[in-house]
Design a protein around this ligand. Structure first.
Ligand code: HEC
Ligand code: HEC
Length: 267
């Protein structure tokens, strides 16, 4: 039953591709656009936007606060905290939030922010890595990315990153799952169209980690990838897998020029 429903839904999405989307009139949303790119913020309901915009109402700030606490907490055999080496994150971390994933020579592949943070924990602090979707990892990535709040995403895809970018792009355009849909079918061809309770956005990554009302908590970009894969009945990849990190590189590049909104709020 459910599968049939989803198939009908998929067809409905494709059928209504010509529906054009007009933004809500009252609010000045220019900060949430860059050229022809529009942040998911603009596609969100006004109440959800209001929640994001107000630091006292934005539930994602709780994770940012957790990250702030962890920042100066000594952990691991080296007896250090992030602060011991990086001091003031509003200076030392400001580039990190806009520029990952980056190519790592040691790994011979791309590394995202979560993985960079864990590299520092393991090598520089001699501490245990944070688990991918743990509140500590979500808190720390949210805190680090929040240092770049309002700055434009600017990931590099040339040089050693180029072949990984191509793989991420391939992932984005590949049809998958029982519904046989690619990311592009929903987020490129149908942004603005309603799909069940959600208005399809362009699927940008500039607000991650993001507080989702549906999750009732913060979630990473890879959690979102897994959800979107499952929606088309495809087998999701694991958190932090090479496939998802390459996809993240491609997606962040698509969002180059949009402002970092972490922590964003979405439904
Ligand atoms: C013993 C010193 C030390 C500690 C402790 C340390 N780091 Fe680092 N970190 C470095 C050095 C050195 C670099 C730059 C070289 C590199 O990229 O590995 C770096 C780089 C980074 C970067 C990449 C910055 C960029 O612009 O690319 C991030 C993000 C980062 N650290 C986060 C953290 C976090 C979060 C913690 C605490 C959990 C932490 N680090 C603890 C030494 C440290
Ligand atoms: C069947 C349609 C569908 C497909 C296919 C799909 N998504 Fe989504 N996606 C959604 C819906 C619905 C949402 C929630 C509303 C929105 O932001 O578009 C969403 C949200 C997102 C978001 C969050 C945007 C924000 O502003 O918070 C990202 C990122 C995303 N998708 C990426 C992807 C990627 C990458 C793929 C391909 C692996 C993909 N999606 C495939 C339906 C889809």
């Amino acid at each position: 039953m459910r599968l049939i429903y989803l198939k009908t839904m998929a067809v409905a999405v494709l059928m209504s591709a010509t529906t054009s989307y007009t933004a809500f009139a009252a609010e000045d949303l220019s900060a949430y656009r860059s050229g022809d790119k529009t942040s998911g913020y603009v596609y969100a309901e006004p109440e959800t936007r209001a929640m994001q915009a107000d630091d006292f109402e934005n539930p994602g700030i709780l994770w940012v606060d957790e990250g702030e606490t962890l920042w100066s907490e000594v952990d691991g055999e080296a007896g250090k905290s992030c602060q011991s080496c990086h001091a003031d994150p509003s200076e030392s971390m400001v580039q990190a939030g806009i520029s990952y994933p980056k190519f790592s020579k040691t790994l011979g592949k791309m590394q995202n922010l979560e993985q960079k943070i864990n590299q520092c924990r393991e090598e520089n602090m001699k501490a245990k890595p944070f688990k991918y979707e743990s509140s500590q990892m979500l808190g720390m990535t949210a805190y680090v990315r929040n240092q770049s709040h309002g700055l434009k995403v600017n990931v590099k895809i040339d040089g050693e990153a180029a072949p990984f970018f191509e793989k991420g792009k391939e992932f984005y355009y590949k049809r998958r799952g029982q519904l046989d849909l690619a990311c592009k079918h929903c987020h490129e061809d149908n942004s603005g169209v309603m799909i069940r309770a959600n208005r399809l956005s362009e699927g940008h990554s500039n607000g991650f980690p993001t507080y989702r009302l549906k999750w009732q908590k913060m979630g990473s970009l890879h959690r979102r990838f897994r959800g979107c894969n499952k929606n088309v009945r495809a087998t999701p990849y694991g958190y932090g897998t090479e496939e998802y990190v390459n996809l993240e590189l491609y997606l962040n590049w698509r969002g180059n020029g949009l402002q970092v909104e972490t922590p964003a709020v979405r439904n």
